[in-house]
Design a protein around this ligand. Structure first.
Ligand code: UFG
Length: 351
């Protein structure tokens, strides 16, 4: 049985990926500092799969603690590195924290992988690396130019990608897969795990859910004067379970197939990059209307001014991931929104 170390495995995307890994027959070890999650997530995973993953509470910045995890669970066949700070706005206020956490963690993980002889890593990147693609790069594929990051958070993703390229170039025993996520939403269909936003949500879906649950008075739609069909911003919303399955495919590819003989941009020797999205863009207003339609819940909302730093429209070409990983994100948005509402009801004790 192959063993996978999942950093940030108690987090939103991490926990759903742990479920998919276990269901695909992997032995999973979770490392998480629980800074933005809690131990109950492990109960949720166990309730779904019938198997509690090994868990170590440790910070990836703590090299001594992390070394001990690699030693205790040796041999580790691959690492999926989710652990990172992820709030765009907070990264503008606390840039040093973001650079330290997000870059320091990857450096430690790579150092310890080398020490432990672990040769495979999957890294969580983001479509934020593309900024606002030109019209002729929509849908955006992996060859679209990387643009100057709009936030320290986005910059850490770009720098971490560069670190992986350089590390794999220098160390022939290292192979990496960079996954650029579009906008992950929804929850496991069981309603036992899902997103746990901290404080007032910044992201659209958690805010919609909390408005439907009565925790927030109304949703603010940030702008309806964009150059899009209904004037609100467009994103590629991908179901978190579809996203989780892509990680299993990425791990499987590295563990079972030889590295490709030829690479072309942005892939580099032993590093492959994939966009993970549905290929379909939806506007903020389409999301809100569809949610109201499928759940029958009331969502009071008002149109307000634009949010600084927002991208107008971006959606993925997932063609490469479809073809090379044999993976597709095909869950209907109606089902995704219902799963998110199901989780919210579970959290709030709504029947
Ligand atoms: N939005 C609202 N009201 C809200 C929250 C969001 O109208 O209360 C709108 C935003 O203006 C945007 C859309 O909903 O048009 C999606 O916003 P999110 O904050 O959910 O997602 P973003 O696309 O802004 O950001 C996400 C991730 C980031 C990542 C980025 C990459 O949260 O981590 O995608 O583009 F960097």
């Amino acid at each position: 049985m192959k063993r996978i170390l999942v950093t940030g495995g108690a987090g939103y995307i991490g926990s759903h990926t742990v479920v998919c890994l276990q269901e695909s027959g992997y032995d999973v070890v979770v490392v998480d500092n629980l800074s933005n999650s809690n131990r109950e997530v492990l109960d949720g995973i166990e309730a779904i799969t019938g198997c509690r993953p090994a868990f170590e509470q440790a910070d990836c910045l703590d090299q001594t603690a992390l070394r001990e995890v690699f030693r205790k669970y040796a041999p580790i066949d691959a690492v999926i590195h989710f652990a990172a700070s992820k709030a765009v706005g907070e990264s503008v206020e606390k840039p040093l924290l973001y650079y330290r956490n997000n870059i320091g963690s990857l450096l430690n993980v790579l150092d310890l992988m080398r020490e432990a002889g672990t040769g495979h890593i999957v890294f969580s990147s983001s479509c934020t690396v593309y900024g606002q693609p030109d019209a002729d790069h929509l849908p955006v594929d992996e060859t679209a130019p990387i643009q100057k990051a709009l936030s320290p958070y986005g910059h850490t993703k770009q720098v971490n990608e560069d670190i992986l390229y350089a590390a794999a170039k220098a160390d022939k025993s290292l192979r990496a897969t960079i996954l650029r996520y579009f906008n992950p939403i929804g929850a496991h269909p069981s309603g036992k795990i899902g997103e746990l936003p901290n404080g007032v949500p910044n992201n659209l879906l958690p805010f919609v859910m909390q408005t439907a649950a009565g925790l927030r008075e109304k949703l603010r739609v940030f702008g309806d004067d964009y150059n899009t069909p209904d004037g609100s911003c467009i994103r590629d919303y991908i179901y978190v379970m579809d996203l989780a399955r892509a990680h299993v495919k990425a791990v499987e590819r590295m563990l079972t197939t030889p590295a490709p003989a030829e690479y072309s941009y942005p892939d580099a020797e032993r590093v492959e990059v994939f966009n993970l999205g549905t290929g379909r863009g939806l506007s903020v207003l389409e999301i809100v209307r569809t949610f109201i339609e499928v759940t029958g819940q009331h969502i009071p909302y008002e149109i307000t001014s634009r949010r600084e730093g927002d991208i107008e429209q971006v959606w993925a070409s997932p063609e490469k991931a479809n073809r090379v990983l044999g993976w597709r994100a095909d869950t209907p948005v109606e089902d995704i929104l219902l799963s998110a509402w199901n989780w919210e009801k579970h959290l709030r004790g709504i029947r």
